[in-house]
Write a protein that binds this ligand. Structure first.
Ligand code: ADP
Ligand code: MG
Length: 363
């Protein structure tokens, strides 16, 4: 046993043969999931999320590396010998069984006595707010209800790990949001370990304790939603998660954690949480639009504050927020603020060095 992880992928690679040679669907991935964690694999289509999940579930065997579940090396064990349960995007309910029979199925297979099954199914129906639907067939349910049944079935056998592959992606926005909240509450209540695959960054940020951002079969960064959002470790992660302004400049001064970066002749104050740049280095800076303050005039200067004059070129209403585009000496920047006063014409932009961060160069 290596550590306290429920799931440990240790330098795992999955290779598929193609006409052009070997293709790494997953390359040298190492992740460890702690008990009770809501752990997400986030990445665009084709980044290797499903393959990673299938390696955990036992539907694929890796060419390199090991898969551990609760301290046991399960690398070559079939799915039914692992204490995990997978929920697929397509629900995979049995059409000929009723809702109650679908939910009871894992218990029937595990030869749980009949008298014990009924109350557990009742409880599961209640937890997912589908009481009264037990006698229906899956075809008589909406998409949201079918996914609730699939989740209830997954949870009833109390697997050590629940693997979920984009379980909400087939639902429409409103229901998706509802089931998302339920899923999170349920995971908290039951304290089960979830490994959750999604391409939806908002969903991952809202649900997860930790996120592994995947790209081209590799893990780009692992961290809490806050870390991933505020301290992206690479340009890829910074661009993939949320909106951001980027600019490039040369480091011209450095004092403690404070950097001065010459961006097209303007001195921008910045910090570098994930990388230590050297004087003269060309760096990429990132600032999130909500960290850019828009003012009518300059304020009292301070060593960590950058102030740049600009001209508003576009204002868009996005729900509660105003999204404002401003032309400045360092380029066109985006700022967001709560709706209210409508900034127009000449403005001053400012931000503190702590929010303007150097993005590490990609390897
Ligand atoms: P994601 O779930 O992030 O969309 P997948 O894990 O499904 O990505 O796939 C990752 C890459 O591996 C894709 O390029 C996909 O085409 C390829 N791939 C997945 N399964 C197979 C397979 N059985 N044979 C060949 N290539 C595959
Ligand atoms: Mg997938």
């Amino acid at each position: 046993m290596k550590d306290s992880s429920v799931v440990l992928l240790d330098h795992v690679s999955k290779i598929y043969p193609t006409a052009k040679g070997e293709f790494y669907a997953v390359r040298d991935v190492t992740i460890e999931v702690q008990p009770g964690e809501f752990y997400s694999l986030l990445g665009s289509s084709g980044s290797g999320k499903t393959t990673t999940l299938r390696l955990i579930g036992g539907f694929e065997i890796p060419e390199y590396g090991q898969v551990w579940i609760s301290g046991e090396d399960v690398t070559t064990l079939p799915p039914y010998r692992r204490n995990v349960h997978t929920v697929f995007q397509s629900y995979a309910l049995f059409p000929h069984l009723t809702v109650a029979q679908n939910i009871a199925y894992p218990l029937v297979i595990a030869k749980v006595p009949k008298a014990e099954i009924a109350p557990q199914v009742e409880e599961a129906l209640r937890m997912f707010q589908i009481t009264g639907l037990g006698d229906r067939r899956p075809s008589q349910l909406s998409g949201g209800q079918q996914q609730r049944v699939a989740l209830a079935r997954a949870l009833i056998s109390r697997p050590k790990v629940l693997l979920l592959d984009e379980p909400l992606s087939a639902l429409d926005a409103k229901i998706r949001e509802e089931v998302r909240q339920e899923l999170r509450a349920l995971q908290r209540q039951t304290n089960l370990t979830f490994v959750y695959v999604t391409h939806d960054q908002e969903e991952a940020l809202a649900l997860s304790d930790r996120i592994a951002v995947m790209h081209n079969g590799q893990v780009e960064q692992i961290g809490s939603p806050k870390t991933i959002y505020n301290r992206p470790a690479s340009l890829f992660v910074a661009q993939f998660i949320g909106k951001a302004n980027f600019f490039t400049g040369e480091v011209v001064a450095q004092q403690a954690d404070l950097l001065q970066v010459n961006v097209a002749g303007t001195l921008v104050k910045a910090t570098a949480p994930t990388h230590t740049p050297v004087l003269g280095e060309t760096v990429t800076l990132m600032i999130r639009p909500e960290q850019v303050q828009i003012r009518a005039a300059e304020v009292e200067p301070n060593p960590r504050l950058t102030q740049i004059s600009g001209k508003t070129t576009a204002v868009t209403y996005v729900g509660q927020l105003l999204q404002i585009q401003i032309e400045t000496a360092v380029g066109s920047l985006m700022a967001t603020q709560l709706s209210g006063s409508d900034p127009a014409g000449a403005v001053t932009l400012s931000w503190t060095a702590d929010h303007c961060i150097v993005i590490s160069p990609s390897e």
